[in-house]
Design a protein around this ligand. Structure first.
Ligand code: MLT
Ligand code: MN
Length: 309
């Protein structure tokens, strides 16, 4: 199984269009140690020819153009695409808007939780993906599902599971507990290639690592995990936004309640941060935060990164 990181940044990308914070300014100025990043998505293939996307970001057009594996095949007619399926982990703007880029009457399949599919159904702009060509399939929680698209079995199964998180920002109900978040608003994915038994976990948004999630993570060979923030209040301290990570549904990397500490005893062989916000100091290759994460055995995902299982 081949995994490519199409986009390693959180919503907004790196740099973010309206951000003049020190890191977005540095990456714009091409300061050494700062690498531009597009928004959150992976591509996965069992056979190297047919691909599925895990999330579809607003930067998908650029990501396809930067990834030859996702270009139309030269031997498959005037209109074709290697992208056969898109699997969504939540309804956030950075994860669903790329679907709009995939219009043009090209067959593929969309997978998501009932909650996320209901959001697509409620937004008629997604009807540019005609349902006879682009069926929407519910991913049940806790039940592995064989992924197919455009008439092909992709040789990959996905088990979706609920993780602690928050409903998409634009769906928040200020009056409801947890802003109206329900199971299925934020899911993690266990992606398995049955032919080899190889598997990895993809969890780009996560508010906390509870007991059930620890059990899923323990002993995993590869985990791509929410690397949004290094510290809970870094956006406030940088004057970027008056929200903590906790308020946004993202746990931080550092500290006793952070992901480095939570993973320390879980025996995960490869740990890779993705969905990294422009405020996160790990984006500076020369920062103390970067050294801390790497010393704890973490890799900082980057656009174009390849992982083979
Ligand atoms: C998030 O990951 O918290 C969201 O993508 C934020 C947003 O919608 O901008
Ligand atoms: Mn996001």
């Amino acid at each position: 199984m081949l995994i490519k990181v199409l986009g390693s940044a959180a919503g907004g990308g790196f740099p973010q269009w309206n951000c003049n914070g020190p890191q977005s300014a540095a990456v714009r100025a091409r300061v050494p140690g700062f690498r531009p990043r597009t928004q959150s998505s992976l591509a996965v293939s069992a056979n190297g020819r047919d691909w599925m996307l895990l999330n579809s970001s607003p930067d998908l057009r650029q990501q396809i153009n930067d990834t030859p594996e996702l270009w139309p095949h030269s031997d498959a007619g005037p209109r074709n695409s290697p992208i056969k399926a898109v699997v969504l982990t939540n309804g956030d703007v950075d994860h669903i808007i790329g679907l709009i880029n995939l219009r043009e009457a090209q067959p593929f399949s969309v997978y998501g939780s009932d909650r996320v599919l209901a959001t697509l159904d409620a937004n008629s702009v997604f009807n540019v993906l005609a349902r006879d060509k682009v069926p929407r399939n519910e991913l049940p929680l806790g039940d592995p599902c064989a992924i197919s698209g455009a008439g092909l079995d992709l040789g990959i199964t996905i088990e979706a599971f609920a993780v602690p998180g928050k409903v998409a920002l634009y769906l928040e109900d200020a009056a409801a507990p947890g802003f109206g978040s329900k199971a299925g608003d934020t899911i993690g994915l266990k992606v398995t290639e049955p032919a080899t038994g190889k598997a990895f976990l993809y969890i780009p948004g996560c508010a906390a690592i509870d007991g059930p999630l620890s059990n899923r993570l323990r002993g995993a060979s590869v985990v791509f995990f929410d690397g949004t923030l290094f510290t809970d209040d870094e956006m406030l301290r940088q004057g970027l936004m008056a929200k903590t990570g906790g308020r946004m549904g993202h746990m931080n990397i550092s500290g006793p309640d952070g992901s480095i500490a939570a993973f320390a005893k879980l025996g995960v062989a490869r740990k890779i941060f993705v969905h990294i916000n422009n405020s996160n100091p790990v984006l500076d290759e020369n920062s103390a935060a970067r050294k801390t994460a790497e010393a704890a055995g973490w890799e900082i995902g980057y656009d174009g990164m390849e992982v083979r299982l």
